[in-house]
Design a protein around this ligand. Structure first.
Ligand code: NI
Length: 168
């Protein structure tokens, strides 16, 4: 299976807001599988469709140690069950070499649909919960650089633009 190309900050397509998914067909399942393959290949724990230039509300996540418990999440929304802010140090496949401390809600209840369109709910906290919040940010065009100081953001932007132009 071919890996999908991942958009890199500051690509403006990472800022597009993803649309709700209405068709639960083979195309959706194929896309989800390709995204999972790409996420595993790049050693990520989560990937949002926005990152592969597909602007619909689809996320894949696997925070298991064995890398064998993938979850496909369509049309997600969440309620905060415990809002005490927890500091999470995060990276992102769209922002290579960058890490950022982000304050995330401690515990959430996620509502979503599976690949067949069936409604699902789950509770998440710790790494799994932070990852869900990170990926939903992507669907809304938000990135972890947005939680950084403007100086730090300009630095990573300059660095990644240089890399892209083959100067580093
Ligand atoms: Ni990310």
């Amino acid at each position: 299976m071919n890996k999908l190309d991942i958009l890199t900050f500051p690509d403006p397509r990472l800022r597009k807001k993803a649309k709700p998914i209405e068709r639960f067909d083979e195309n959706l399942k194929n896309m989800a599988k390709k995204m999972l393959h790409t996420m595993y290949a790049d050693k990520g724990i989560g990937l949002a469709a926005t990152q592969v230039n597909y602007h619909e509300r689809l996320i894949v996540i696997d925070v298991s140690e064995g890398r064998d418990e993938p979850i496909y999440i369509v049309n997600p929304s969440y309620e905060i069950l415990d809002s005490s802010p927890e500091s999470s140090k995060e990276g992102c496949l769209s922002i290579p070499t960058f890490q950022q401390e982000v304050l995330r809600a401690k515990k959430i209840e996620l509502s979503y649909q599976d690949l067949d369109g069936e409604p699902q709910k789950l509770m998440a906290e710790g790494l799994f919960g932070y990852c869900i919040q990170h990926e939903i940010d992507h669907l809304n065009g938000k990135l972890i650089v947005d939680y950084a100081s403007s100086l730090k953001r300009s630095r990573i932007k300059a660095k990644l633009l240089k890399t892209k132009n083959g100067k580093a």
